[in-house]
Design a protein around this ligand. Structure first.
Ligand SMILES: CCCCCCCCCCCCCC(=O)CSCCNC(=O)CCNC(=O)[C@H](O)C(C)(C)COP(=O)(O)OP(=O)(O)OC[C@H]1O[C@@H](n2cnc3c(N)ncnc32)[C@H](O)[C@@H]1OP(=O)(O)O
Ligand SMILES: CCOC(=O)c1cnc2ccc(OC)cc2c1SCCC#N
Length: 389
């Protein structure tokens, strides 16, 4: 398969697969900032660049509406991600973020927002190297403007703006295969509302299974089991940061998160991100935590339901509590909060609980990529400690 754009980019190329002479690290060296193209790339004549100020309610609403109608759908067009405005503001404004990296394309004549791409700064460790990167996400071209080679221009423009901040690497995921994934993960799904998942056509009644038997199969206790489990608070940030840094140090690729990052990414935000810590009743020490983010999806073409309430496993550290028990409590909390499904990737130590907690494998894969950084050998998902939104 030809990749006329991606073959021009500093990414692992398919033809290089297996070439053991290639070393791990940057593919191209940084350039002097004076060498970075100072003006934006050319768009087709009808369109103009715009920087989307996510603090501005109206602009945030325009971004929300573009994504709600044109962002990622599953292969069977059953669902479309429906990130909320609050989620987008959280995801796009981490410590040190750049408004200039929230890039839109408008129709000159009507000012209609028709495309979007974003970057946020992150420190990503690859083995022993901590690298400043951009995490690129929310690439979206309006359905009516597809297959016009707009995506390469969007990608070159966000690359240019990231280069202007003297950052030369990026991390991103996609459901599509591009040159070249450094690992490929699988989504697993744990039904919390099996009746709804069957009604929308995602799940099917098992052979010799009635609906009531199925509901009983997925039933969870009404309350959590771990003593000392409570919502995370600001005062827990130092302890959670210590736990998370120690835990993530074992993975080949993982974010390098400090207390500022943990405060942003893990402090609970209603209907955006939920985090719970285990505070030992004896010592009052924080010994474990779990977190999941809230990403609803539009349900396409179902008479009875229009929104799927989905929780996505984020970062979990089980140091004293068994991971199985901690994650079962996460399921119980998600069910208490009326989520329909709890999703998890087979990254980190997740495969140790997926089957036992009645997750089923999804048919979607998630490919992980680095831009301008070669990873010597592809990773197993269990060697990956990075969850992108
Ligand atoms: C140093 C800093 C560096 C920063 C930048 C790092 C890199 C960041 C990279 C971005 C990371 C984003 C991560 C992210 O957001 C998470 S993945 C979600 C991407 N968004 C969607 O799937 C939403 C629905 N789809 C669309 O809006 C369009 O189909 C898009 C816009 C996806 C493509 O628009 P289109 O109208 O369908 O297609 P053309 O314009 O005609 O362009 C075709 C070319 O685009 C390549 N393509 C297709 N899908 C891609 C994808 N998901 N990543 C990268 N490339 C993708 C494709 O291979 C082809 O190139 P090739 O000919 O070489 O094969
Ligand atoms: C019920 C299980 O499936 C999903 O939760 C879901 C929801 N919305 C989507 C929107 C776009 C989409 O495009 C790949 C997939 C989904 C999926 S499955 C993969 C994500 C997970 N877990």
């Amino acid at each position: 398969m030809r990749h006329r754009f991606w073959e021009t980019q500093p990414v692992g190329q398919f033809k290089d697969t297996g070439d053991t002479s290639l070393t791990e690290g940057p593919i191209e060296p940084p350039a002097p900032l004076s060498a970075v193209k100072p003006e934006p790339y050319n768009l087709p004549a009808l369109y103009e660049w715009t920087t989307c100020d996510m603090d501005d309610e109206q602009t945030c609403a325009e971004v929300y509406n573009l994504l709600t109608n044109n962002y990622v759908e599953d292969d069977e067009n059953m669902f479309r991600f429906n990130y909320t405005k609050e989620f987008l503001q959280w995801a796009l404004r981490p410590p040190g973020y750049f408004k200039a990296w929230h890039i839109g394309v408008r129709v000159k004549a009507t000012k209609k927002l028709v495309a979007f791409i974003t970057g946020v700064p992150a420190r990503i460790r690859v083995r022993d190297e901590v690298v400043r990167m951009a995490e690129v996400n929310f690439l979206c071209v309006h359905k009516k403007l597809r297959s016009k080679r707009l995506a390469p221009v969007m990608i070159k423009e966000v690359t240019r703006r990231v280069h202007l901040e003297n950052i030369w690497q990026a991390a991103y995921t996609a459901g599509v295969v591009l040159p070249t994934p450094f690992t490929t993960c699988r989504y697993w799904h744990r039904s919390l509302n099996p009746k709804k998942l069957i009604d929308v056509g995602f799940s099917q009644l098992g052979a010799r299974m009635t609906m009531n038997r199925t509901i009983r199969l997925y039933k969870l206790p009404g309350s959590t089991a771990t003593p000392g489990l409570r919502k995370m608070e600001l005062r827990d940030v130092p302890a959670v940061t210590r736990l998370l840094r120690e835990y993530l140090s074992q993975f080949v690729v993982a974010p390098d998160l400090d207390e500022n990052d943990v405060e942003h990414w893990l402090l609970p935000l209603e209907n955006v991100v939920e985090s719970y810590v285990v505070e030992s009743p004896e010592t009052h020490e924080v010994t474990d935590f779990f977190s999941f983010y809230s990403l609803p999806s539009s349900i396409l073409g179902n008479q009875n339901y229009s929104v799927l309430k989905a929780a996505y496993s984020y970062y979990n550290v089980a140091k004293t509590t068994p991971l199985l028990q901690l994650m079962n409590d996460a399921l119980i909390v998600a069910k208490q909060k009326d989520y329909d499904v709890f999703n998890a990737l087979d990254v980190m130590h997740n495969e140790t609980f997926l089957k036992e907690l009645k997750f089923g494998p999804g048919d979607g894969q998630l490919h992980y990529y680095l831009y301008n950084y070669r990873v010597r050998n592809a990773l197993r998902p269990s060697e990956l400690g990075l969850v992108l939104l």
